[in-house]
Ligand binder design. Structure first.
Ligand SMILES: [Zn+2]
Length: 74
């Protein structure tokens, strides 16, 4: 009886485990991709938030974002 249960449960457990590991690896790779995207982000030196490079302007030696309160604060 135990032998039959193991024969059924083990392959299912193996399948689920493989599925979970695959998903984990996929998530890990997606996070890696996201992290490389962050490298293209620039920190606004006024509000300390990260923006993509096209939303940041180099003003008087500082990186300043597009937000009105930051632009007018330089
Ligand atoms: Zn800002």
């Amino acid at each position: 009886m135990n032998f039959i249960v193991f024969g059924v449960v083990a392959p299912i457990a193996y399948f689920i485990l493989r599925f979970l590991v695959k998903r984990l690896v996929m998530n890990f790779l997606q996070n890696l991709k996201r992290n490389t995207n962050i490298k293209n982000m620039t920190k606004c030196e006024n509000c300390e938030m990260f923006f993509s490079e096209e939303d940041i302007k180099f003003v008087e030696g500082r990186n300043i974002c597009n937000k009105p309160e930051c632009k007018n604060n330089v």
